[in-house]
Design a protein around this ligand. Structure first.
Ligand code: ADP
Ligand code: ZN
Length: 603
């Protein structure tokens, strides 16, 4: 192996002339240098961290072809389209190609015309492919989504096990493994299975500074979602729901209310799933309502929000799903609608698990998730703590707790009212009946049991039932009350609640503030003219449609926003825009410039 050295300015030049970016993101330059030095690499970087560029630049600079292993056929075409758009020689090889197309790609590979060849992992099981590789100059191999090789990870793919053949059969080729998710155990597993040789290792921070995390109590999911979407018109986003049925009903509700939304879940036909995913990817619809089946094939950079209408079952899933927002680095919002009622539903499935270890692990994960949603401390601190990372600042400034959108309220007296109703009815009733007593409902059950004679009857009629439900949820969460098992669960007191009844301890609950105290939110990097932005978007859509690629492959939203902000009118000015490299300037510069010039003249 021989390493080729490139100076810092050469690398920066490559970054700006090809990709049109002004600087490297954290760890990119180090990883690129390691690959150029012929070292193996193991890199954990969050989604949107810019992993692809880490292998695309060396692929361009080094002689020979870089093999990129990517798990999803659906993603490969977009990845190759995006690489070709910036002027790299890239192609893919997978089962979606006809024999003729495959032969053509093979021909290009053998002739040494490719910087990058994207392949699915199963290709390494084919002897014929391995044989061809012996005669081809392969510069290095890049393994995307490398955690798929580990059975400890959440996306294990047996096909990935084949990849150990690369280091075995081609000892002179460096291997660079990338993933956005790896605990220490998965990391060790990836390194040993891929047989990486003292790899240059990067564990980037899991912090996604541009994401705003927020949790609000769920009262009526569909209405709350609609309300949220009305504040996010024309933005792309994903709404996650747990069941196929709720996906369908929310999507139908949104459509009825004029939102361009489509459903996505494993119960749809292949055709519908692909169609709906493509429609989202290509900005033809704004919103996709989906189960967790949706996500792996999404590399769309302009997802502006991810809304969870149900509690995710663990932090890992929540992080991955919210991570699909804001890949372009611009601000994006992650909203979770939380109802404690989701906890027993998830528990029910966990209780069915046969393996005791799995069951305990899942239960523990669920508790972490439920605590995240219900406790009044910085969301970012909690997410990062899950990944064993300590967030350095006290106030993250981009979560509802840190910006003061919610506050802790002393609700000791209200808790006493609920506890008293439970005591006086002998701990024999469920939350619905207790709430009926406190709010003074006139039901047959109350009358026949004489509960309208209790002194607690109607003491809380000044507040809504939902409020009382949240007080009971909080009493349960803070272990002052427990819910019995069985078909008709009833509320029972824990010893600790005596202190509340005697006013020896205070009971706090969380309330969303009507008017947030201060709202320090990440802003888009620049103010821009929305009218011009929409015109640029329309042109991008026209170009993308003609070429049959997703719009973000032409230019990202972020790039268009910058154009609509700084209004370049010459090619030199256009080149200064982030995301405009020489190749894209050559292809599209004139068209976009003419829209900007027209716009300025008619203003
Ligand atoms: P990942 O695979 O790590 O999720 P990508 O490689 O898809 O991330 O990159 C996410 C987005 O960030 C893409 O739109 C990409 O063009 C952009 N990007 C990557 N590196 C840079 C950089 N140095 N400067 C600006 N934008 C970048
Ligand atoms: Zn915070």
């Amino acid at each position: 192996m021989c390493s080729q050295s490139f100076t810092k300015p050469e690398l920066s030049n490559c970054l700006s002339s090809i990709f049109g970016f002004s600087g490297f993101r954290p760890n990119q330059a180090e990883i690129i240098n390691a690959i150029l030095d012929q070292r193996d690499v193991f890199a954990v970087m969050p989604t949107g961290g810019g992993k692809s560029l880490c292998y695309q630049i060396p692929a361009h600079l080094l002689e020979g072809t870089c093999l990129v292993v990517s798990p999803l056929i659906s993603l490969m075409k977009d990845q190759v389209d995006a690489a070709v758009e910036v002027g790299l020689n890239a192609a893919f090889l997978n089962s979606s190609l006809s024999d003729d197309e495959k032969n053509k790609v093979m021909g290009e590979l053998i002739a040494g015309n490719l910087d990058l060849l994207y392949v699915a992992p199963e290709r390494f099981a084919m002897k014929s492919f391995l044989k061809i590789l012996q005669d081809v100059h392969v510069s290095f191999a890049a393994i995307d989504e490398a955690h798929c090789i580990s059975e400890w990870g959440h996306d294990f793919r047996p096909d990935y096990l084949m990849l150990s053949l690369i280091a075995e059969n081609f000892p002179d080729i460096p291997v660079a493994a990338f993933t956005a998710t790896a605990t220490n155990r998965v990391q060790d597993d990836i390194i040993s299975r891929l047989k990486l040789r003292s790899p240059f290792t990067v564990r980037a921070s899991f912090d996604r500074g541009n994401l705003f995390y927020k949790v609000i109590p769920r009262i009526n999911a569909n209405t709350q979602i609609l309300h949220f979407l009305q504040k996010h018109t024309n933005e792309s986003g994903i709404i996650y729901r747990t069941t196929r049925k709720s996906v369908e009903s929310t999507a139908a509700f949104l459509k009825k209310n004029g939102i361009s939304a489509l459903p996505y879940h494993a119960g749809l036909s292949d055709y519908e799933r692909i169609h709906n995913q493509e429609a989202f990817n290509k900005d033809e619809i704004n919103v996709v309502v989906a189960t967790i089946a949706f996500g792996m094939g999404i590399d769309k950079s302009n997802v502006r929000f991810v809304l969870h209408a149900d509690l995710p079952k663990n932090m890992e899933s929540y992080y991955q799903e919210t991570g699909r927002a804001g890949r372009d680095g611009d601000p994006a919002e992650c909203l979770l609608l939380f109802s404690r009622g989701d906890i027993p539903k998830i528990r029910y499935f966990i209780d069915q698990m046969e393996d005791e270890w799995e069951r305990e692990k899942s239960l523990n994960n669920l508790n972490i998730m439920a605590t995240f949603a219900s406790v009044n401390s910085c969301r970012r601190h909690r997410i990062l703590a899950y990944f064993d990372e300590v967030y350095p600042k006290k106030n993250c400034e981009t979560c509802d707790v840190c910006t003061g959108d919610i506050e802790q309220v002393d609700a000791t007296i209200d808790a006493q009212k609920v506890l008293s109703a439970i005591v006086r009815t002998g701990e024999r009733f469920g939350s619905g009946h207790i709430i009926d007593i406190v709010t003074g409902a006139d039901t047959q059950k109350i009358r026949s049991l004489g509960h309208d004679k209790l002194i607690t009857y109607g003491v809380g009629k000044d507040k809504q039932k939902n409020y009382w439900r949240s007080i009971i949820d909080d009493l349960l969460a803070q272990n002052f009350v427990v819910r019995s098992d069985g078909q008709y669960p009833v509320l029972k007191l824990c010893g600790t609640c005596v202190k509340i009844l005697k006013s020896e301890v205070k009971f706090f609950t969380l309330l969303k503030k009507e008017k947030p105290k201060k709202t320090i939110r990440a802003k888009f990097s620049a103010d821009y003219d929305i009218g011009l932005f929409e015109k640029l978007r329309a042109l991008r859509m026209e170009i993308a449609r003609k070429k049959g690629v997703p719009p973000f492959v032409v230019f990202s939203d972020k790039t268009l926003r910058e154009m609509a902000s700084s209004c370049p009118v010459t090619e030199t000015e256009m080149l200064k825009i982030n995301g405009v490299g020489y190749k894209k300037l050559e292809k599209y510069g004139e068209k976009f410039l003419s829209i900007i010039i027209d716009f300025q003249q008619t203003k």
